[in-house]
Design a protein around this ligand. Structure first.
Ligand code: C2E
Ligand code: MG
Ligand code: MG
Ligand code: MG
Length: 289
């Protein structure tokens, strides 16, 4: 590009800017091929009921193992997929893979799948979900769709309609990353969510940092309870945070303390053991001090 621009003009871009844009273009090209090359797979992370310490379900998280660069974070490639028109195909792949896998699990184990706002606002989304459920004879209530506040930035009549149609299919709806978006409370009034996922930024280290995080979590729990919604705390890594989360009345926990996102085979084994024996699963205990 510098050559084409002519001698003396190549300084227009900072070298770092140029390589960043070029790198992005390369990554986008690879992203377009990733599914066909079999580089994407779905990981499953356990979600545990605080009261019984039993597995409630798993969140299904897409993974991309790039052929030369190795694993790339979804925080990097999901936004790219949204911008370059790939998110629909990737989202469909995740839904299909997650439902196909969990169809063979005990039917009290749920799966949660993230829907990008772009996917949610695709007029075909409800039919696509319904078709997958029917194809795998999958009970709709076992599927939870995780949505962020980003969906509400689009056309509101269409959005309301999609919520209503998904609800009438019988799938569950969760509001993801709660507390990080815009005016969350209005959305809670409008949309029929079954669950609020409390964002990691309030959860991680809540026991050891300021009391403010605990106060915010308590308020979210109280709000959710009044609206008859479940709560899941994301990003619980330590015993102390787990203990606090339980004291605050959060109904479910997801975090490294109970398990990182894992391969399907491992998740299947966990799903089949009614009470989990893995490290960390006997551990909601008093803090050590
Ligand atoms: P998310 O939906 O909020 O998913 C939770 C993220 O938190 C996951 O990151 C998970 O691995 C991470 N996490 C869970 N527990 C802990 C913990 O105890 N400590 C720490 N440090 N992290 C924890 P991941 O898999 O990297 O995904 C990042 C984000 O990418 C997701 O956030 C979601 O927004 C998006 N994403 C992932 N898979 C999909 C997908 O299939 N479709 C769409 N549209 N987005 C996806
Ligand atoms: Mg999520
Ligand atoms: Mg989240
Ligand atoms: Mg997130």
């Amino acid at each position: 590009a510098a050559k084409a621009a002519g001698r003396g003009k190549h300084c227009f871009y900072e070298p770092s800017m140029h390589s960043e844009a070029a790198d992005r273009q390369l990554l986008e090209n690879d992203l377009r091929q990733a599914l066909d090359r079999g580089e994407m797979w779905v990981a499953f992370q356990p979600i545990v009921r605080v009261a019984s310490e039993e597995i409630s379900g798993f969140e299904c998280l897409v993974r991309w193992n790039h052929q030369t660069r190795g694993p790339i974070s979804p925080d990097k490639f999901i936004p790219l997929a949204e911008e370059c028109g790939m998110i629909g195909r990737i989202g469909e792949f995740v839904l299909q893979a997650a439902i196909a896998e969990a169809a063979g699990w005990p039917d009290n184990v749920r799966i949660a799948v993230n829907l990008s706002p772009i996917q949610f606002n695709d007029p075909n989304i409800v039919d696509a979900v319904a078709a997958l459920l029917a194809e795998h004879d999958f009970e709709p209530a076992r599927l939870e769709l995780e949505i962020t506040e980003g969906v509400f930035l689009a056309d509101s009549d269409a959005t309301d309609g999609t919520f209503a149609r998904l609800k009438s299919l019988g799938v569950r709806l969760a509001l993801d990353d709660f507390g990080t978006g815009y005016s969350s409370l209005g959305y809670l009034k409008k949309a029929p969510f079954d669950k609020i996922k409390i964002d990691q930024s309030f959860v991680r280290g809540a026991a050891s940092t300021t009391k403010r995080n605990g106060a915010i979590i308590r308020a979210i729990v109280s709000l959710a309870e009044s609206l008859d919604m479940d709560t899941t705390a994301e990003g619980v890594e330590t015993h102390d945070d787990l203990y606090l989360i339980r004291e605050l009345g959060v109904s479910q926990v997801q975090g490294y303390i109970f398990g990182k996102p894992m391969k399907a085979e491992e998740a299947r084994e966990l799903a089949n053991s009614s009470r989990v024996e893995a490290e960390g699963f006997q551990c909601i205990r008093e803090p050590r001090h």
